[in-house]
Design a protein around this ligand. Structure first.
Ligand code: SF4
Ligand code: SF4
Length: 217
């Protein structure tokens, strides 16, 4: 497999995510409920009993760069995002061990009144695919998300070899926190690098593979 620098993989990730987001928007979102009219805006991001969005190392780098560059946030607000991620890791006991898809949390990237802080530039694939639909037949096919996630996995392999994993989003944010000393990421990198294969999604366990809810109304 052709190796890529992180910067090159990041550029490809962004192009692919933008295309995926445009495809969902043009072909599916017209049938979805308008978030602006939602009686409980953001519940899809903050329901700690349900949200288990996972991202890869490369996506987490894209999230970190988006948070660091967005003009919406000043330095203190940027730090608050990483603090919220750290608090989520502690509160919901998020860990890289075991069945990580069973771990749920309230997403630290949701800002009341603003919405998803990475909506335009670094939104995770399940979040891009998610909306509230009245009719299940209007919901984007799961295969679209899987195809996007396979593409993301390949980019991670090209950038990091086996030294990455799908992890709960707040955990990755904490590992890549600019103020972190990098000890935990170095430990996990050694662990992942000792595996024979890169960690693709375990699609054989759909019962534990949840994404955001699709709410009928
Ligand atoms: S996706 Fe659904 S729950 Fe989330 S803000 Fe939009 S309408 Fe509300
Ligand atoms: S990444 Fe954005 S869209 Fe996804 S759960 Fe977090 S705030 Fe919501």
């Amino acid at each position: 497999m052709k190796r890529l620098t992180e910067a090159a993989a990041l550029a490809r990730l962004r192009r692919g995510k933008a295309a995926f987001q445009t495809h969902i928007k043009l072909n599916f979102e017209h049938a979805a409920r308008a978030c602006a009219a939602c009686p409980t805006p953001g519940v899809c991001c903050t329901d700690a009993h349900f949200v288990n969005v996972h991202v890869t190392r490369l996506e987490a780098v894209a999230v970190r760069e988006t948070i660091e560059r967005t003009p919406r946030l000043d330095a203190a607000a940027r730090r608050t995002v990483f603090t919220r991620a750290r608090l989520a890791v502690a509160r919901y006991k998020l860990s890289a061990a075991g069945d990580t898809f069973a771990q749920t949390y309230s997403c630290p990237l949701f800002a009341p009144g603003v919405g998803c802080l990475v909506h335009a530039r670094a939104k995770p694939a399940p979040c891009v695919a998610h909306a509230c639909y009245e009719d299940w037949r209007d919901v984007p096919p799961a295969a679209l998300q899987w195809r996007e996630e396979s593409r993301i996995e390949r980019l991670n392999e090209q950038a990091y070899g086996a030294a990455w994993a799908w992890l709960p989003l707040p955990l990755w944010l904490t590992l890549l926190d600019p103020s972190s000393d990098g000890t935990e990421l170095a430990r996990l990198t050694r662990l992942w690098s000792s595996r024979r294969h890169a960690p693709a999604h375990d699609r054989a366990r759909p019962a534990t593979r949840r994404s955001l809810p699709v709410v009928a109304f």
